[in-house]
Design a protein around this ligand. Structure first.
Ligand SMILES: O=c1ccn([C@@H]2O[C@H](COP(=O)(O)O)[C@@H](O)[C@H]2O)c(=O)[nH]1
Length: 225
């Protein structure tokens, strides 16, 4: 049977609340995603605590620095046994190569292409002369040639990336059920659309964590897949 592709983004300030939520929905998700908010607040201790839930841990740290620094950070998190770690493709080829070389054997390293909270206007404001689709495909190509396992992109690009990188590992956030609040996300699709387009991992946070009934929300999303 295929593993549930949903990784729950635990962007919550309190460790006890994060662990309780993860336990509550653990039968209806495939993994737990811990990001900057969680890691800055709870560090290695928090990750060890969440390991006790018994699901794979995705460390969404979006590392972006000079190659030597990112490689050192990758080595420092070996001990946490993450199944997936993110870096930024905009850090360049050498940074991605060194990050992959420093990662543990069972850890997939995936590169963020264009954040799902950005649209074309945001890219032009930071001097990127391409639309999010073209930019995501360009960075996907770079990540592929740097030997990474896959990328992070929105559901609008994952189908095209999948066509040119058949065995890639594709993480898709910015997911909203058909009637869901979009919030700060600008390039959204439904979980089902992302899965059908070739996503390997569906990252879902607030549609579950901020739902009135998170368990019912997780079950409803699972039923659509
Ligand atoms: O491009 C990206 C990369 C990472 N994220 C992360 O995914 C979750 C999404 O949370 P929601 O509450 O479902 O919007 C969050 O942890 C982000 O840091 C992303 O959204 N987009």
């Amino acid at each position: 049977m295929n593993r549930n592709p949903v990784y729950l983004a635990l962007d919550l300030p309190r460790l006890d609340a994060a662990e309780a939520l993860a336990r509550k929905v653990s039968g209806h998700i495939g993994g737990i995603k811990l990001g900057l908010e969680f890691f800055c607040a709870h560090g290695h201790h928090g990750v060890h605590e969440l390991h006790k839930v018994g699901l794979p841990i995705f460390l969404d740290l979006k590392l972006h620095d000079i190659p030597n620094t990112v490689a050192g950070a990758m080595q420092a998190i070996h001990v946490l046994q993450p199944s997936i770690v993110t870096i930024h493709a905009a850090g360049g080829r050498a940074m991605m190569e060194d990050a992959k070389a420093a990662a543990g054997e069972n850890c997939k390293v995936v590169a963020v292409t264009v954040l799902t909270s950005l649209d074309g206007d945001d890219l032009s404001a930071i001097g990127v002369n391409a639309n999010p689709y073209d930019q995501a495909l360009r960075l996907a190509d770079l990540a592929h040639s740097a030997g990474l396992d896959g990328i992070v992109c929105s559901g609008h690009e994952v189908g095209a990336v999948h066509k040119q990188w058949k065995d890639g590992y594709f993480v898709v956030p910015g997911l909203r059920p058909a009637d869901g609040k979009v919030g700060d996300q600008k390039r959204t699709v439904t979980p089902r659309e992302a899965r059908d387009a070739g996503a390997s991992v569906l990252v879902i946070g607030r549609p579950i964590s901020r739902a009135e009934d998170p368990l019912a929300a997780a079950k409803a999303i699972e039923a659509t897949l």
